[in-house]
Ligand binder design. Structure first.
Ligand code: MG
Length: 392
C-alpha cells in the first residue's frame, strides 16, 4: 500500500447559545478532521484536537510531504519519522496534535486493509462501552440561581436517556461551585458524578473543594490545578480520597511519565487526538498500568475521536482488577454540535448511555463529504480564532 493524498478539514459552526466553563464562553465549535487516501482507494480518517487552522497548516506544510508515497501499514515507523523530523519543535503542542490525527487515520487504514474493526486489531472485546455525560456548561443569559436550576434540569434529561454517570463544570467562583456540587448530589443521590474545574483553582481552593467532593462521594476531581503543577497535584492527591484526574493538556509518553513519577494523578486522561495518537496512547497506557493509575481518555470532539477512544477503552487493563469489574467510561459530550451530529453517515450507536459497536472495518465511521464541505473553513479565516468567538 502507498499513501497518495492527505487532506485536512478545519471545520467550524456557530452555536445557537453560548456555553461557558471556568475559562471562557464558546459561541462556536471548531474541529479538525483529516483524510488519508491510499493508491488502492483505501481511505483513513483522523481527528486532531486543538486550534484547527494551525494544525491544518502543520499537516499541509510539514507532515504531508513526509508521508506521501510511504506505506501506511508501517505506521509505527511513520510515527518515529514524524517525531524525529521535528523533534526540536513537536514535544508539545500543535505539531503533536497533527501527528495524533495522522496516526489515527493510519490505524483506520490498517484495520480496513485487514478487514477488521479497530478494536479487534487492538485485541479488545466487542462489549458495549458505558459512557458518561459531559455537559452542564454555564449560561450567560440568566442569573446564577436560575442557571443552576437549568443545569440540574439538563442533567435530568441525561439520566432519563439512560446515563448513570454525569460530569459537571466547576471553577466559576467558589460560592457557586460549592452550591452546585451539593445541589447535584442532592438531586441525583444514586448517580455517579465527576467534577471538572479546567485548572481554575489554586492549591488551597482545590484542597477545600476536594474535601467537599470527598464528603459528597464524587467519582473524580478533574484538572483541579494548572497542568504543570505536577507536585501540587501529588500533594492534593495524598490529602484526599477523591480521585484526582487530569491529562487532556498533556502529550506523549514523556509528559505522562513525568506525571507518573511525581505521583500526581489517580486517573490519566490523554486525548488520543492530541496526546500523540493511538500509537502514543498505547505507550501512555503502559506507563499508567505500571504506575497503577487508571486511564479514562478525554474526548471532546467529533465521532472519530469517540470511535478511537471507545476501541482503546476495550483494550485497557484494569488496575489492579477484580471479579466484579470496575468499568472504564467513555466521555460523551452532550453540548450542541451541528458538525458532529451531521457529517457522519455511519457511526457507533449510543443506546441507554452506552456505545454499541457496529461491525464495520476500521474505526466504524463513514463521513458524508457533502455535509463536511458545509462546515469547512478557509485556511486564511481569522474568525476561527477561539478568541474571535469569546463573549466577555
Ligand atoms: Mg476536562
Amino acid at each position: 500500500m502507498e499513501i497518495s493524498a492527505i487532506e485536512c478539514f478545519p471545520l467550524r459552526t456557530d452555536l445557537s447559545r453560548a456555553i461557558g466553563f471556568s475559562q471562557w464562553y464558546y459561541t462556536a465549535k471548531n474541529n479538525c478532521l483529516l483524510k488519508i487516501t491510499c493508491a488502492d482507494g483505501t481511505v483513513g480518517w483522523g481527528e486532531c484536537y486543538g486550534p484547527n487552522l494551525a494544525i491544518a497548516a502543520a499537516v499541509e506544510h510539514h507532515f504531508k510531504p513526509l508521508l506521501i508515497g510511504k506505506n501506511p501499514l508501517q505506521h509505527e515507523q511513520l510515527w518515529n519519522l514524524m517525531w524525529r523530523a521535528y523533534h526540536d519543535f513537536n514535544r508539545h503542542g500543535i505539531f503533536m496534535a497533527a501527528i495524533s490525527g495522522l496516526d489515527i487515520a493510519l490505524w483506520d487504514i490498517k484495520a480496513k486493509a485487514l478487514q477488521v474493526p479497530l478494536r479487534t486489531l487492538l485485541g479488545g472485546s466487542d462489549e458495549p462501552v458505558p459512557c458518561y455525560a459531559t455537559g452542564m456548561y454555564y449560561r450567560n443569559d440568566k442569573p446564577e440561581a436560575a442557571m443552576l436550576e437549568e443545569l440540574l434540569d439538563e442533567a435530568a434529561t441525561y439520566v432519563e436517556a439512560g446515563y448513570s454517570f454525569l460530569k459537571v463544570k466547576l471553577g466559576k467562583n467558589l460560592e457557586f461551585d460549592r452550591e452546585l456540587v451539593q445541589q447535584f448530589r442532592h438531586r441525583f443521590p444514586n448517580t455517579k458524578i465527576a467534577a471538572d474545574s479546567n485548572h481554575a483553582y489554586n492549591f488551597k481552593e482545590a484542597m477545600g473543594m476536594a474535601r467537599l467532593l470527598e464528603s459528597l462521594d464524587y467519582s473524580w476531581f478533574e484538572e483541579p490545578l494548572a497542568p504543570d503543577s505536577y507536585h501540587d497535584m501529588a500533594r492534593l492527591r495524598a490529602s484526599t480520597s477523591v480521585p484526582i484526574a487530569a491529562g487532556e493538556c498533556e502529550q506523549t509518553r514523556f509528559g505522562f511519565e513525568r506525571l507518573a513519577r511525581a505521583g500526581s494523578l489517580d486517573i490519566f486522561q490523554p486525548d488520543i487526538a492530541y496526546c500523540g495518537g493511538l500509537s502514543e496512547f498505547q505507550k501512555i497506557a503502559a506507563i499508567a498500568s505500571a504506575a497503577q493509575v487508571d486511564v479514562v481518555p478525554h474526548c471532546w470532539g467529533l465521532k472519530v475521536n469517540q470511535a478511537v477512544a471507545a476501541a482503546a477503552i476495550r483494550m485497557l487493563p484494569e488496575n489492579p482488577g477484580r471479579f466484579e469489574r470496575r468499568p472504564i467510561y467513555l466521555e460523551m459530550d452532550q453540548t450542541e454540535h451541528p458538525v458532529r451530529d451531521s457529517i457522519f453517515s455511519e457511526s457507533h450507536a449510543i443506546i441507554d448511555g452506552a456505545l454499541h459497536f457496529n461491525d464495520l472495518p476500521g474505526l466504524g465511521i463513514e463521513v458524508d463529504e457533502a455535509q463536511l464541505a458545509n462546515f469547512r473553513i478557509d485556511l486564511n479565516d481569522s474568525s476561527t480564532s477561539r478568541f474571535a468567538n469569546v463573549e466577555e
